[in-house]
Design a protein around this ligand. Structure first.
Ligand code: GLU
Length: 903
């Protein structure tokens, strides 16, 4: 230890400019005053104020005044602290007060030790032996002793020893020594396992264990934080007892635990009523604007401040008896100069006994260790910290609990009868609460109605309490951990302006940190509210829909295939070869009716459930006919059966079918949620990529967020392609009233609504029991039905016209009309083409101009009054055609291939 600071010494001397290297390292301060150095890492400036105050107090009594010189250093910055110490030494410092950071103090102690400068450390000694530093803090052994006596007084047979870090194990070590071989069962838990100040996992372990008696030792900040988190974890209630081994318990923020009935016992070395403490508080009030003590037993004076004050007193008393002229020193290792009277001064300090004018009481030393002090044993009661005993070394521990002050909570019989509570509601949130519309002027609770209002009335009837409703607005509130602030209804409850809150208030972990909730009275999840899907206009070829395109394809193939079969089988079957002139017995030619054309016509007739003049005669053609007819029977029946459904059912389509569609902004649908609420918070805190994306969208489009649910519903209804992320129960409520709104997709999460109440409210169990009873008796279900499906509902329950059978409109059948029109046009075109071809042949035959023949034929065609046509020309055409290789008639009839000469 002696050597490890030397390299740092060179470094620091360089840092301060190196001007000490060559100069005269010795010399008197030259004046009468004795310099005291304070190297502090306290950012609040309160240690410095205390130091200066103590010096100014003692200087009134001193001939040789003390002069304080303060050096502020960053916490844990040993290099900087060492530089400041060298500066102080160079000015000739008589004693140095060290900073709280253990390693820095340890380093400075070594330096001061080697230079014989008294070093004062006003904190719990880290070594347990107090080394050579001057330490007024009670020794870990004495702290262990007082804890031992308190625990014995409580007659604990087992408990948890919760310590912050290894150095506090000293206390456990001494405790074990005091117990010897017989003692209670002690479970040892460390709460600073590099948890970055998050002790909740440790505390949860404690909650799950069978022990509810806890001894806590650690630093002031660590223990205060542990207690705060213990409250969050739910182990700050009447079932738990804490004994705190930190001497700063009186400085903790205990207000929140006072009514939780938790038992907290601790120790302190001074009372806030002492004159020195009051003076110091007054000084801090003037200098720093700090408030006066709250008169409830707590004080802002920490042990470090008290010990700094007392150490100055000890130095002052020493200088009264011992002349002391600190020399200017150089802290470079090359100068082994020391403070000539330093060790004498330090030893004298330890030999004094001071009984008056100190904050922490009597001061005297046994060796290096302070002894003879007294501890007040204090306990947290509803009035604040109360002294319940006195502990003095070597004396019998006096533990006497004074009768508790009578307060409202103490006389409480545990029932809610005749108590009045202020209940927050949100009158803009139907159906949970709303203003009654009446021509009479209503006052008080009569002004409000709704599910929440009725529920509170039911509970009040069961439990006998009175209530006053207050409109808490739209902001239900949140808790910001980093700034420790609450908003909205939460804030009203936390700050005591309201007792309960009932609305669509979601139970969330974040809110549970500062308030309590009843058991959930309704379950829900976040879902999407959007306009009902629009019906799609019927397709032009809707008549094709009964069959899939595959079936149509196979039907076409079957049609062509079977037609070909008829053609082939007809030719193969002798029965199908017929005498074209039955009156001629021995025909020269036979004719087959299954020409390609006829085959196709036959299958077409059958397919369309019509007939044709063609009658199969051969067994083979009859068989295939039967099969084809059966096939078409089934196909046509199936088609007909399906057709009506396809023509009448119009499938509604919605661009948004899930939250994913929303996140992808499908069809440019925008979305939002209530600005301040658990839904928005869900997206703000979620770690799912899709919700992170949605959160970014909402954050970038703040105009998509609304103040309350009603505003969101209106925005959806306005038809601006807006979807509202809303809780499913509220969606259900709106769907029954707004017929064009619907819920899209499944719920994104599962949660419940609860009645909010003050943290650790003593009647919470009673409230929960009453709620459970209401649930079991079906009252909750009845209320829900009343406010959801009865009052104001029924608008959409009657079947709308759309739901019944509807006549087919032209839109449904337009396709088949189109087919008819197109078919007709094609047949007209074909007929005109055939007619032209016929006239062309005719004109060529008679060697007349085509146009003339066309005009002549046209005249015959448009002579509508005549249905007969003179065949003269036809006869002559016919007779001439005998000489020609081909008759015109033959152009119009079946080809010659269909006749065959019988041998
Ligand atoms: N139930 C929500 C809350 O407790 C309000 C509605 C919402 O955020 O959708 O904050």
């Amino acid at each position: 230890m002696q050597f490890c600071w030397l390299p740092l010494a060179f470094l620091c001397l360089d840092l301060v400019g190196g001007q000490y290297y060559g100069g005269n390292s010795y010399g008197s301060t030259g004046g009468q005053a004795i310099r005291l150095g304070l190297i502090t890492d306290d950012a609040t400036d309160r240690i410095r104020q205390t130091f200066e105050h103590a010096i100014s107090v003692v200087n009134n009594e001193l001939g040789v005044p003390l002069v304080g010189e303060t050096e502020q250093v960053a916490y844990g910055n040993s290099v900087q602290a060492f530089g400041q110490l060298c500066r102080l030494m160079q000015n000739g410092v008589g004693a140095v007060f060290g900073p709280s950071a253990k390693h820095t103090a340890s380093h400075l102690l070594s330096v001061c030790d080697s230079k014989d400068i008294p070093f004062i450390y006003p904190h719990l000694s880290w070594s347990g032996t107090q080394a050579d530093g001057f330490n007024l803090h009670p020794n870990p052994e004495d702290i262990a002793h007082v804890l031992y006596d308190i625990i014995n007084e409580f007659q604990w047979s087992r408990y948890i020893f919760c310590y912050e870090s290894a150095e506090y194990l000293n206390i456990l070590d001494h405790l074990m020594n005091l117990y010897g071989i017989k003692g209670p069962v002690i479970k040892v838990i460390r709460y600073d396992l590099n948890l970055n100040g998050n002790y909740k996992s440790v505390l949860r372990r404690i909650r799950k264990s069978e022990d509810n008696r806890i001894v806590v030792v650690g630093s002031t900040e660590g223990v205060a934080e542990l207690l705060r988190q213990a409250q969050q974890v739910g182990i700050m209630n009447e079932d738990y007892t804490y004994v705190v081994g930190n001497l700063d318990l009186h400085t903790f923020e205990l207000e929140e635990y006072r009514y939780s009935e938790v038992n907290i016992t601790g120790i302190r070395m001074f009372s806030p009523d002492q004159e020195e403490v009051r003076d110091l508080v007054e000084k801090l009030h003037q200098e720093l604007g700090e408030s006066e003590p709250d008169g409830q037993g707590s004080s802002s004076i920490t042990m470090a401040m008290a010990l700094t004050y007392d150490a100055v007193r000890v130095i002052a008393e020493t200088t009264k008896n011992l002349p002391y002229e600190p020399q200017m020193l150089n802290c470079s290792e090359r100068h082994d100069n020391v403070q000539p009277d330093g060790s004498t001064f330090r030893n004298y300090m330890r030999s004094l006994e001071i009984k008056e004018n100190t904050i922490t009481g009597r001061i005297f030393f046994e060796g290096n260790v302070r002894k003879g002090f007294t501890f007040d044993v204090i306990e947290l009661q509803t009035t604040g910290l109360v002294k319940v005993g006195t502990w003095e070394e070597g004396k019998k521990f006096e533990f006497q609990r004074p009768p508790q002050a009578v307060t409202f909570h103490d006389v409480d019989d545990g029932s809610l009868v005749n108590k009045t509570y202020r209940v927050l509601i949100s009158v803009a949130t139907k159906p949970y609460a709303s203003i009654v519309e009446s021509i009479d002027t209503l006052i008080g609770n009569d002004q409000y109605q709704g599910y929440g209002v009725d529920l509170i009335k039911e509970l009040a009837e069961k439990l006998g309490f009175n209530f006053t409703f207050i409109d808490g607005g739209n902001d239900y509130g949140s808790f910001n951990k980093s700034t420790n602030t609450t908003t909205g209804m939460l804030k009203e409850i936390v700050e005591g302006r309201a007792d309960l809150a009932i609305t669509d208030l979601t139970i969330t972990a974040e809110r549970e940190e500062v308030i309590d909730f009843s058991i959930p009275f309704m379950n829900l999840g976040i879902a999407i509210l959007y306009v009902k899907p629009q019906k799609a206009p019927p397709a032009l070829f809707a008549f094709m829909e009964p069959f899939s395109s595959e079936v149509w394809l196979y039907l076409g193939i079957a049609y062509v295939g079977v037609s070909l079969c008829f053609f082939i089988l007809g030719r193969l079957s002798p029965t199908e070869w017929d005498n074209p002139y039955p009156c001629i017995d021995e025909p020269e030619e036979l004719e087959n009716q299954f020409t390609l054309n006829n085959s196709i016509w036959f299958t077409t007739g059958a397919l369309l459930q019509q007939g044709s003049e063609i009658a199969p005669k051969a067994l083979s053609t009859r068989t295939i006919s039967a099969i084809w007819w059966f096939f078409t029977l089934i196909m046509v029946s199936s088609y007909t059966a399906n057709l009506a459904a396809f023509l009448t059912i119009e499938n509604p389509t919605s661009p948004i079918n899930s939250v994913k569609d929303l996140a992808d902004n499908v069809d440019d649908v925008q979305y939002g949620a209530k600005r301040t609420g658990s839904t928005r918070n869900f997206f703000l805190t979620s770690e799912e990529p899709i919700y992170i994306k949605m959160n970014e969208y909402m954050s970038n489009n703040p105009d998509m967020l609304v103040e309350n649910n009603q505003e969101g519903v209106e925005k959806v209804k306005s038809g601006t392609k807006y979807a509202f992320l809303m809780e499913s129960t509220s969606i259900e409520y709106n769907m029954v009233r707004e017929c064009n709104l619907t819920k899209v997709g499944d719920a994104l999460d599962e949660k419940g609504y609860g009645i909010a109440m003050v943290k650790n409210w003593p009647y919470r169990d009673k409230f929960n029991n009453a709620l459970l009873e209401l649930q079991e008796q079906g009252v909750l279900a009845r209320l829900k039905n009343k406010w959801w499906n009865e009052i104001g509902a029924g608008v959409c329950s009657a079947k709308s016209e759309d739901d019944g059978p509807s006549e087919l409109a032209i839109d449904n059948l337009s396709g088949i009309y189109a087919v008819l029109i197109v078919g007709t046009i094609i047949s007209i075109i074909v007929s005109v083409l055939c007619w032209c071809f016929f006239v062309f042949k005719k004109a060529r035959f008679y060697a007349v101009p085509f146009c003339g023949a066309l005009a002549e034929e046209f005249k015959i065609v448009i002579r509508f009054s005549e249905n007969e046509r003179v065949l003269k020309s036809a006869q002559s055409i016919y007779s001439r055609s005998r000489n020609s290789s081909q008759s015109i008639e033959s152009l119009q009839t079946d080809s010659e291939e269909n006749t065959r000469t019988e041998d």
